[in-house]
Design a protein around this ligand. Structure first.
Ligand code: NDP
Length: 250
């Protein structure tokens, strides 16, 4: 019998995961390590120093992102997988009350950060191919009041994914995007503000009526990085308990 691990072909691959200290990124770090991947986890929360293979990176900073790619090459001699999971949510308020600086902050981490990550990954991967997975959001797929930065940043991540997939296909670099729905992480806890009513209203729009777990996203990321997805590039895959399928119906 062929084991999942063998058919996924991930053992001894080398991966960089941004946002690796928390939530979805952290689950990706764990899932890939379980499959025998050498993972460099990168996050700005490692500013005070982390364990081995925990590297400080501010994804909005070109030099910082370049050093991260170089770290994986120096440590392991290669780079096969890059997962852009670092992201921030905006402070939800009426658009007319939003400061442009807040808009810039969200666009900078979610879009510029993903762009820089893809660029530095491909600079190394153009030699021998690889797989890039961007974490988008279903917030890119519908009109959400007072989400003038987050939703548009994730819509742009989806378009960036498709464009880069087409540009880099001939280099053997696959670029895909996972679009999570409501996932139980510090980010969604901040959104729900420990308010059960806010959470239940959100869940009433999810056909499966529950939050996803970070591992639900990590499992899809793992698949997209693996040789099981060798012919998949440029897709934006919702993992959302049916949220995007329901088109707002309850
Ligand atoms: P978390 O807040 O739990 O984790 C995000 C991590 O990214 C944090 O450790 C954060 O550090 C880090 N980070 C933020 N900005 C930077 C930066 N400039 N450079 C390096 N690291 C940074 O969020 P999630 O795990 O929930 O989110 C992961 C991704 O999934 C994000 O892109 C998010 O938009 C997306 N997503 C999440 C959903 C959810 O319901 N949870 C739904 C849809 C999409 P710090 O704590 O310092 O900010």
């Amino acid at each position: 019998m062929i084991s999942i691990e063998t058919s996924f072909g991930l053992r001894d691959r080398v991966a960089v995961i941004t946002g690796g200290a928390s939530g979805i990124g952290k689950a990706c770090v764990q899932a890939l390590r379980e499959c025998g991947v050498h993972v460099v986890s990168a996050d700005r929360t490692y500013a005070g120093g982390g364990k081995a293979d925990e590297v400080y990176c501010d994804v909005t900073d070109e030099q910082s992102t370049r050093r991260l790619a170089q770290h994986s090459v120096n440590a392991y001699g290669r780079l096969d997988i890059w997962i852009n999971a670092a992201g921030v949510m905006e402070v939800i308020r009426r658009t007319v009350d939003q400061k442009p600086e807040e808009w810039d902050r969200v666009i900078s981490v979610n879009l510029r950060g993903t762009y820089l990550g893809c660029k530095e990954a491909a600079t190394v991967m153009q030699r021998s191919g690889g797989a890039i997975v961007n974490i988008g959001s279903v917030a890119a797929m519908a009109g959400i009041p007072a989400s003038t930065a987050y939703g548009p940043s994730k819509a742009a991540v989806a378009t960036l994914t498709r464009n880069l997939a087409c540009e880099w296909a001939r280099l053997g670099i696959r670029v895909n995007c996972v679009a999570p729905g409501y996932i139980d992480t510090p980010m969604s806890r901040e959104l729900f503000k420990d308010d059960a009513e806010v959470r239940d209203t959100a869940l009433s729009k999810v056909p499966m009526r529950k939050l996803g777990q970070p591992m639900d996203i990590a499992a899809t990321v793992l698949f997209l990085c693996s040789s099981a997805a060798a012919y998949i590039t440029g897709v934006v895959m919702p993992v959302d308990g049916g949220w995007s399928a329901s088109a707002g119906a309850r």
